[in-house]
Design a protein around this ligand. Structure first.
Ligand SMILES: Nc1nc2c(ncn2[C@@H]2O[C@H](COP(=O)(O)OP(=O)(O)OP(=O)(O)O)[C@@H](O)[C@H]2O)c(=O)[nH]1
Ligand SMILES: [Mg+2]
Length: 330
């Protein structure tokens, strides 16, 4: 069965029905189940809010704005949404509280629509190199494991570079994901130069005609300038093996950090030009609204969302499915 959601017509501003693409895999929980906590803070709260008013007044609009802000939608996005809603109310397009919900849904969808850009591996680049970056514990290594499995299932050959030489356990963690999927992992001892490990891995992947090389890096705080310099060095060294590499610089952010992720993203982007974002741990947090803030303030493609610890829990970001999971109309 197709679910329907509302989208704003670009010319007229009127809401129109859009059929949701059936991208959900079989055998996995529907997204709404994994995003339950965020759905409670956004969907259920907004529904209760508009249900408590019989007509639209300033109190309702103020409460709505506060609800968006507390749901981590971010200041910029919340204000933009409220401006558009007020204009639609003034023009008579929105007449009663019940009409607000589909309008908010359409506004939120518009914020994230352009960030739905699936990661497409260019197999003319051998290897296609993905550099993973992010703060400590964001989910980089786990995401690499899940991604590697996904690529392998798609028939691509994959290699991993253990560029986190900071923690002894990091190499082991990557190797166990590698072993599970029969994927080679290039590593050196703890304390080795991360850029050197990744350089070696690129040469090795090239010699073995590997399709995709994913390079792990140590978690670092975006405020630690020496560590951000190290990241720039890794980026430069990659360019020495293949001047077009890395082909994807993927920032991994933990949804639980809420709008703080914006700050992280800006610093990482300044250092190494982020080309894609993966938002992890959207399960078990009520701060899923941060995805709207990320999308509206950064405009960088959101490649995947992590909604659990298993490989299948890394899902390509689909804006329509996401909006319906967080703010369903039925
Ligand atoms: N529930 C849930 N847990 C996740 C998700 N992604 C990662 N995790 C967990 O988050 C924890 C940290 O993940 P890692 O992949 O080790 O994070 P990291 O960014 O590599 O961490 P450092 O290497 O220390 O910087 C692990 O326990 C993962 O299982 C997700 O989408 N959902
Ligand atoms: Mg790691």
């Amino acid at each position: 069965m197709f679910r329907i959601f509302r989208k704003k017509n670009k010319q007229t501003g009127e809401l129109q029905d859009v059929q949701l693409r059936p991208v959900e895999q079989s055998g996995v929980d529907p997204l709404e189940k994994r995003l339950e906590d965020s759905r409670r803070t956004i969907g259920k709260q907004l529904k209760a809010l508009v249900g408590g008013y019989s007509n639209i007044n300033e109190d309702l609009l103020e409460e709505l704005e506060t609800a968006l802000l507390t749901a981590d939608v971010g200041v910029k996005a919340s204000l933009a949404i409220m401006d558009n809603l007020r204009a639609a109310i003034k023009n008579g397009v929105i007449k009663d509280p019940q009409a607000l919900l589909p309008a908010v849904q359409a506004e939120l969808f518009e914020l994230i629509e352009h960030c739905e850009q699936f990661l497409a591996v260019d197999t003319n680049r051998k290897p296609y190199v993905i550099l993973m970056v992010g703060i400590n514990g964001a989910g980089k290594t786990t995401t690499i494991g899940k991604l590697a499995q996904r690529f392998k299932e798609e028939g691509l050959s994959v290699m991993l570079a253990a560029g986190d030489t900071f923690r002894a356990a990091a190499v082991e963690q990557l190797k166990s994901w590698g072993a599970r999927n029969e994927i080679p992992v290039i590593s050196q001892g703890t304390g080795a130069d991360s850029a050197a490990v990744i350089y070696d891995a690129m040469e090795s992947a090239r010699a073995r005609n590997i399709d995709v090389l994913i390079a792990d890096t140590a978690g670092r705080l975006h405020t630690q300038s020496n560590l951000m310099e190290e990241l720039k060095k890794i980026h430069r060294v990659m360019g020495r093996v293949d001047e077009s590499a890395p082909h994807e610089v993927m920032l991994v952010v933990d949804a639980g950090t809420g709008t703080n992720a914006l700050n992280q993203a800006q610093h990482f982007n300044d250092a190494v030009n982020i080309s894609g974002i993966t938002i992890t741990k959207l399960d078990g947090t009520a701060r899923g609204g941060m995805l709207f803030a990320i999308a509206s303030e950064l405009g960088i493609p959101i490649r995947f969302i992590g909604v659990g610890e298993a490989a299948k829990d890394l899902r390509p970001f689909d804006a329509g499915t996401f909006i319906n999971a967080i703010l369903p109309l039925d």
